[in-house]
Design a protein around this ligand. Sequence first.
Ligand SMILES: Cc1ncc(COP(=O)(O)O)c(C=O)c1O
Ligand SMILES: [Zn+2]
Length: 385
Amino acid sequence: MTVMNSRVASMYCLKCNSDLAIGDYFFGCPHCLAKGENASVSLRYAGKAAVNGAQKGLLRYSEFLPYEQFPTLGEGDTPLVSVPRLAAELGLQNVGIKNEFQNPTGSHKDRMNPFIVARALQTGRTTVAAASSGNEGVSLAVYAAAAGLACKIVSTPAVTPIWKASILAAGADLVIMETPQARWDYLRAKVETEGWYPATNMIAPPVGSSCYGIQGYKTISYEIYEECKDNLPDFIFVPVARGDLLWGIYEGFADLRKLGNIAKLPRLVAVEPLPRLEKVLAGEDYRTHYEGDTPLTASIGGGTVTYQSKLALEKTDGFAVSIPQDEAVQNVRRLAKYGFYLELSSALILGGLIKSVKEKKLAPEANVLLIATSHGFKNNPELFI
Ligand SMILES: Cc1ncc(COP(=O)(O)O)c(C=O)c1O
Ligand SMILES: [Zn+2]
């Protein structure tokens, strides 16, 4: 039987800070939703938690996570590699790359799905589902299979044969809807009528994915801390769509500060293929819909922002940088020459770093970390042949 970590004390809204009973808030905070101010919720923990040094991967940190037991496929413990040549070329003290593409399905999403599946198991669901155009679909399909749950991935025509193959191979059903909105509507209807457990957002303006899942991303910050200790990065560059990863990384560092392990948080930098968060940080409403199709970087595409993304940047004194998708191919090539072959969406972190250096947003002695979220084996090979 799957049991929740007894340290989970309550839930709260990121925006209005209301205390909420432990449960599922598929549309985010109900109070904010009623006002049209869609916002995610998160978990509050009580009591003491400690790292379990005898364990590997995410299990090391299970006391900090919503479920201490969850289906694991060896996710986490990803390498953090220094790239001195790149640091020298950009005049920085250090550039590190955290290789999330070494997770079981080739992306960071494998840190999130163990807890979504655990939540579905605990609440007696038999089917998990996601609206996804790639990485989340593959990862959820695989973790659902490992846990013996059925899985439905609702996608758009943008899903490539590479992703399709791995979703279907893991035994999930794939449903194709014409637009992202149609995909959310379909998922929502199935959640209501058939009891599917949703991993992702289903409304517009969107909220983040399952808050149980996002907790898994805290482990990235814990691993960075264990490896860097007093030499934490000043800036962490993260490719961003709806900001699940960004918020999870923020929460992990916030935990470390609360424990007294670190005095200040690394500044988070969101890299996006069109100015969305950039505009929201400059004062636009976070619920604005931005135009612009970015098929090359579909994994971080879409015209929306979430409240959690904005808040993670504000709380870390971070910023957002937008890089046109056309630069992704050259970013992939350059990173591959240092030994890191990334998915196009993920490689945009390099463009974000170069632009931030040019615009003098980083001090010359800055210590920088890039989160490489996904493997280049998912790229359309034609772009590089
Ligand atoms: C390759 C890649 N990078 C980054 C992200 C970050 O997404 P989010 O900001 O929604 O957590 C995603 C999500 O789909 C992704 O596929
Ligand atoms: Zn609220």
